[in-house]
Design a protein around this ligand. Sequence first.
Ligand code: ADP
Ligand code: MG
Length: 802
Amino acid sequence: MHAVEKKVRAFVRVKPTAHFAQDVIKFGPDNKSIDIYIKKDAKKGVVNNKQTDWSFRLDGVLHNTSQELTYETVAKKLVSEALTGYNGTIMCYGQTGAGKTYTMTGATAEYRHRGIIPRAVQQVFKEISRSVDSFVTVRISYLEIYNETLCDLLSTTTSSGAGDVQMAVVDCPQGVYVKGLSIHSVCDVEDALNLLFEGETNRVIAEHTLNKNSSRSHCIFTIYIESRFRVLSDVRCINSKINLIDLAGSERLSKTGSEGRVLKEASYINKSLSFLEQIIIALADPKREHIPFRQSKLTHVLKDSLGGKCNTVLVANICGEALHVEETLSSLRFATRMKWITTEPVINVTYDSEGTVKALEKEIRLLKQELAMHDSLVNRSLVTYDPLTDVQVADIRSQIHKYLQGATDEIDIVNFRQVQEVFRQFKLIVRQQEDEVETRLRSKYVLIDKNDFATIAAAQKVGIVDVDRHLLKRHDVGTRPTPVSPKSDEKKKNSRKSSDRSKKEGTKSLFSGKDLAAQLSSKGQVTIPTKNLDVKEKARNEDTANIDAQPSKPVSEENSQRPSSPPSKAVAFEQFKEECGSEINRIFKENKSILLARKKRSSTVGRRINIIKQEIEDIKKALEAQRQERLQQGEYVDEEGHLIIDEKEFLLIMKLKDLKEEYRLSYAELQDLKAEIQYCQHLVDRCRNKLVSEFEIWYSESFLIPTYVQNALKLGGNIRPGMIPINRVMCLEEDEQDRFERMQEAMLPAGPDSVSFYKAKMKTDQKHTYSRTMSSLKQMHKKPGHITAAGKDKAQSFLHVT
Ligand code: ADP
Ligand code: MG
């Protein structure tokens, strides 16, 4: 919550007296300032340059002010704000007998002389009774600090109530509190006032020469307010406290004339007050970082009640007699210092999480009832709003599979949870398929380390790669190759057999997740039959043969490493414009021709304007010549005094008028044309961009994504263009090799211990599959028509041989 900076408010209250020193104390007209005049002390001689008059400006001077008005002026706002969560502190400061206790507690004998404490208690309860939607508890404590000892004035354990329980001031993140101080719940004004009076009687009063009843102790009466109320589903707790402090007398020691026990008390009083004063000075200094609150019990207890986040009010009680002018001065100085302190009161609000949960549960219950009622009204039955069960989730999953396979056209929407589950299942399937694509690429292509020359040489030997290290042919069985080993005839036979077998088996949809999952889990490694892919791809390669046959123009950099691969972009672009891009190309052309026509028209009009301009100039010159001639010959004027001009001049003037009109019209047309051209240009640019970007997508989908991935796109319809990030398909980096191995490890069924076992097994399998591959490739190599440029190129990107 944003805090608003405030100042501590300070008031002065003058005790009524019959001997009010009118010439010493003077009040300002607005009742906010007080001036003190002291006559020069004759005894101290003439050379006395001590200041003799002072002016203090405060928030109000309470002179002959009733208890009620004093309360209104000093406390009412602060108490109100405490009920909305702001802490508040009111302190009475002044010499003994000046009226601090009268101001704070009041004269107990008469109701209308009651002071701030009873009035505050009344206000609190009155405002609570007015509020309807909150639950408020009020508690009270009464603390006395006497000779640096903390006394609980409301202690119930002893009759005297003082000093028996070991109490201590404790700092905690929420603020300071007094450990051991009893805090009493009160349910009404009477309860609270009983406690106040009980505390009063428990107060330790020292005998004193100035006033028998004056107290040497600091008394802090605290009202704790806690209100809880619901804001929507939150249970908000507002905590605040009001500290009402009756400070000990501020008179200086020298004046008291006390001795013995009383003297000891007096020095303590002054000490803690002088610490209080130091704190006030420190608080008023924005550059001060450390405030020594802990140096006395009083200042420590008041740590979070002075300035800071608290509304603070000071009442300086003064006597009106000339005799007390020194004390009056020091009290006024203290009050003005208090005014320098800035505070930033903040609301103390917390949220009761347990209460909030309860409130939310209740709300959910209500809403479910509401939904059930709504459902029965619209005849919807059997709709539940509980979390989905495993069975329901499985049902949704199978529905989605059916949907993807085209077995169902739509998925019935039942409720919101089901919609969310549907999306979740879609996401799972997309992830799974991305992994499958990657796995299949891995299984399909041979990865040879580009520095592994022995393997490359071997590969060249058997014709997988050509001399330029371009892959010539793919083989149909998975996993990485091991260095080529000499092949026996038997192995060759095996290889043929196995490829035949897979030919027969490979009839199912390639990307059927079920099959794949089964394979993965049963074998624990990635070997997927891919035969049917090869068949389909062959068909596609034949389809695209015409593209491959196109002469390759110099290609862009990305293609430069793939000679005889996809058609050059220029060629492809022409093809694109005829096929998929025909519509956008048509619009592009149309816009372009409109633009061209407008431009032409615009230049025609521009030329016309120039001609008109020239003509206007000429006519103007001719007219001028006519005028000159007329002047020389003498002018003719008719009866009414109109100038008579000859026909030639008249015709010139008419012509000029027409030309000017034409000029105006042409100019307007030119402006219109300019705007139109600008707009058309914009359209053409946009069309061009669209054409190019659509082309790029088409190009990569047609030529750069491996053919069998495209087949997959076509086949089951499970994967659609745009579902596979092309960069993922195309950029299998070298270090993905490691990832691949890790992935395989992770898939092992029997934990990490089985790694070496499975690795060994895999190597053996690879050896077999590789040699099988080699032999079948050799067979195929004898029929060179199989190899397509596109296929080579694609393989190239997986075979990191450059
Ligand atoms: P303190 O607490 O500062 O020592 P007290 O409040 O005990 O002073 O006041 C001393 C005496 O003066 C008390 O008898 C009190 O009733 C009286 N007194 C103080 N201020 C006022 C006032 N504003 N109006 C009437 N009586 C007052
Ligand atoms: Mg008192």
